[in-house]
Design a protein around this ligand. Sequence first.
Ligand code: AMP
Length: 323
Amino acid sequence: MAILVVGSVGYDTVETAAGSRKDALGGSATFFSVSGSYFAPVGMVAVVGEDFTTESVDLLKAHEVDVSGLQRAPGKTFRWSGVYGRDDVNSRETLDTQLNVFADFDPRLSPDHRSLPYLFLANIDPELQLNVLGQMEERPKLVAADTMNFWIDGKMEALNEVVRSVDVLFVDENEIRQLAAAHVGAVNVVRAARFIQNMGPETVIVKRGDHGLIQFMGDSIFAAPAYPLDTVVDPTGAGDSFAGGFVGYLAATGDLGPEAFRRAAVVGSVMGSFAVESFSVERLGALKQTDIAARFRDFGNISQFAPLQSNETLPWRDGAAAL
Ligand code: AMP
């Protein structure tokens, strides 16, 4: 089943411990679409400016992303720049965000897009996320969303409405604390996630960079590590690639049960791990199915342990009192 994504498409200028890139193809919808395209058809709703290159459009087309909802407007394409900590890939500072053509974007969904069963509201102005959700013919089977501190700081009201309207919310550790703090003061990640779940989304996925993720679904919790990599070249887009793999897997199987959500989270982690092995979508966009499947299997191996059988207990020391 097909997925519709609304999000940013733009050019990123990044500096990491591995080097730097100027004006590399990026944006939340770009990473999401390329990642999700391995599993399900993806249609994109976004806007670019006159300076958006044919090579960039061709790359999306090469992944069979439906770009009929990618409008071209007079002006410059969205731009973001950031720098990552030399020793800590999880620390990122945004140097500049230029919305450019996104500042006046008025998304118009085609009749085909309005009836797609999976909707991902990627990181973009929450008013645009709501606008797209409002144009859907009927409530999609699954609505998931992502955001960023930029919008928590600047568009809290609209963002609250987004949070109330979705089934799945992806957030990073700092963002969820910031989001919950605006309502209930400082709380730890578990309490923050529980608070956000009470606002609406049944599932909250807290992304913890190279520490992995925690998935809160109803009353249950699932934790997965990040795939251990020798070298992280550029963490940009890890979150959106995670979301692409996650929603892509669910859309491909049509299964929205708890086991499918756990697998989806691991597929997401696999896709995020590929995204950070290069700048832009260079590695993410050049994968073979066998690469993805091998890493997924590996993931099972690195996080597997023998659970206690029902007739088994831990090896207590001799003579210890049974407490
Ligand atoms: P991630 O690393 O997954 O959080 O996503 C990074 C991508 O989000 C980059 O490719 C940026 O172009 C894009 N981005 C950064 N800031 C914003 C923003 N305020 N709104 C929308 N997209 C953004």
